[in-house]
Design a protein around this ligand. Structure first.
Ligand code: FAD
Length: 465
């Protein structure tokens, strides 16, 4: 049996590894259009900051490790067309030639591409690009382009367009590198995946580290600055009150989200769903015979919503694993996402899992949301930090629907959000979170963990509603 994976990132590699693990005799080929299989693109900001010294260290596994797992890797090879009835894949080889690869099962893991917003100067004739210090960021090659700008042009300042988690990580990274950063976000607050109250805390952390954070600011144009000024680029934006905002900088990073890369799949006849992503069932089947898909290119089955589009590395790994199993005729199902995510911004971290109040209401729940605070460990032991929480539960059933956290990066924010993710995954009530037998020693926790303190605050508030 010959299984072909298109895309050598989280989804494609996870699928290939799982197939080989379950069926060591399977003939597995991974086709990828660059030379960086299984790279942790989530680690890009930390390479660009200089905290990870060598880009090679971003590889989850080396080429040698992957080959030792028994897969064949076709680097710098682009999949062009899928012949579904003939079970063949047309590829362009590194020398520019064409080749037909036969397959018995195919896994599409083409991922996502960065959104290029309608900003004058970003597209069309004379568009500014990486040689001018204007960058989009997603792949290793775009990372190398940013690094070239950083090393060769030695920029003193940067404008980051976008205040989502990648934009924030890059604000942190470029500040660590010594650049003066301006962050422009069109929405009223940064990190719009959490409630504005927590976004405001993130905003303060950015400002506290010298970033100029302009929210409610929509970038309209990027152009070359006149010579002799303080930067080589000009960024023109509109504020919510209609006024014009202009900033100069030596480089501009545009990170405003991604869209699924589905051209190949759509041309082959795959149905598309939410956000234009490939429609798959929980077994990662596309509906076309012997064609599976996983990762950022597919819709996301969600445990509290039906389907949505939530492109995340954790999800891509799980979906890839399911696809890698099901190509062998098994019947594994992706259990569903909760959109659990965490981001470090300088010395703080913000995290969320499940639904926020308005999302829960839109999904037909009867949400109550409560803000609470608790210490990460007993305050009498040095170094304790306050954690701010927003707990969302269903008034009618008492079910925990969502949790958002903000606190110091040493306050175990990531693992604490995972407590809530586990509770929501298993349909627990908010009240039952207090029954969980969690660990305690004063330097590391409290008899009631911070998440349990938040749950108890929610129960008290819900009783008053
Ligand atoms: C800077 C950054 C930070 C991130 N941080 C986090 C994080 O902290 N946590 C988290 O959960 N997620 C994070 N993510 C998101 C995460 O990286 C993605 O969700 C994940 O990489 C998706 O994996 P994928 O395999 O589906 O797609 P991708 O990683 O997009 O890979 C798809 C691959 O397929 C290749 N390809 C596409 N078309 C073809 C073709 N026709 N032929 C051959 N090859 C093709 C592409 O070149 C690409 O290498 C981050 C992303 C970025 C960019």
């Amino acid at each position: 049996m010959h299984v072909v994976m298109i895309g050598g990132s989280d989804a494609g590699t996870s699928a290939a590894l799982r197939t080989r693990e379950l069926h060591p005799a399977a003939d597995v080929t991974v086709v990828l259009d660059d030379a960086y299989p299984n790279f942790s693109i989530c680690g890009i900001p930390y390479y660009l900051s200089g905290e990870v010294a060598d880009w090679r260290n971003l590889a989850h596994r080396t080429l040698t490790d992957l080959e030792a797992a028994g897969m064949r890797l076709r680097l710098d090879t682009t999949a062009r067309r899928i012949d579904v009835p003939g079970r063949k894949l047309l590829v362009t080889t590194p020398d520019g030639g064409e080749e037909l690869l036969g397959y018995d099962k195919l896994v599409i893991g083409t991922g996502a591409v960065p959104i290029r917003p309608p900003i004058a100067g970003l597209a069309g004739p004379g568009a500014l690009g990486s040689d001018d210090g204007v960058h989009l960021l997603h792949s290793m090659s775009s990372t190398f382009a940013v690094m070239r700008t950083l090393e060769q042009a030695a920029p003193a300042s940067a404008v980051i367009v976008g205040g989502g988690y990648i934009g924030l990580e890059m604000a942190d990274a470029l500040t660590v590198r010594g650049l003066v950063v301006t962050q422009m976000e069109q929405l009223p607050e940064v990190l719009p995946t959490v409630d504005p109250e927590l976004g405001a805390l993130v905003h303060a952390e950015l400002a506290g580290h010298g970033a100029d954070v302009l929210t409610g600011t929509t970038v309209r144009a990027i152009s070359k600055a006149p010579p002799g000024g303080s930067g080589r680029l000009e960024v023109h934006a509109a504020a919510t009150d209609g006024s014009t905002v202009t900033r100069t900088a030596d480089m501009v990073l545009v990170v405003v989200g991604v869209r699924p890369e589905t051209t190949l799949a759509a041309d082959a006849g795959c149905a598309l769903g939410v956000s234009g992503a490939i429609a798959v069932d929980r077994g990662m089947r596309t509906g076309l015979p012997d064609v599976f898909a996983a990762g950022d290119c597919v819709i996301t089955h969600h445990r509290l919503l039906s389907v949505t589009y939530l492109p995340l590395g954790t999800t891509a790994h799980k979906q890839g694993r399911v696809a890698g199993e099901n190509v062998l005729g098994r019947n594994r199902e992706f259990a569903g996402s909760l959109g659990t995510q965490v981001v470090k911004i300088f010395d703080q971290a913000a995290a969320r899992t499940g639904l926020r109040d308005h999302e829960a209401r839109a999904a037909g729940f009867d949400p109550v949301s409560v803000e609470a605070q608790a210490d990460d460990h007993k305050a009498y032991y040095p170094g304790s930090h306050r954690i701010t929480m927003r707990v969302t539960g269903d008034r009618t059933t008492g079910r925990l629907l969502g949790l958002q956290l903000f606190g110091h990066k040493d306050a175990e924010i990531a693992k604490r959000i995972d407590i809530a993710a586990t509770a929501i995954f298993h349909g627990m009530t908010v009240d039952a979170v207090s029954d969980l037998d969690l660990s305690y020693t004063p330097p590391l926790g409290s008899p009631w963990d911070a998440v349990q303190a938040g749950a108890q605050a929610w129960v008290r508030a819900a009783q008053q509603h």
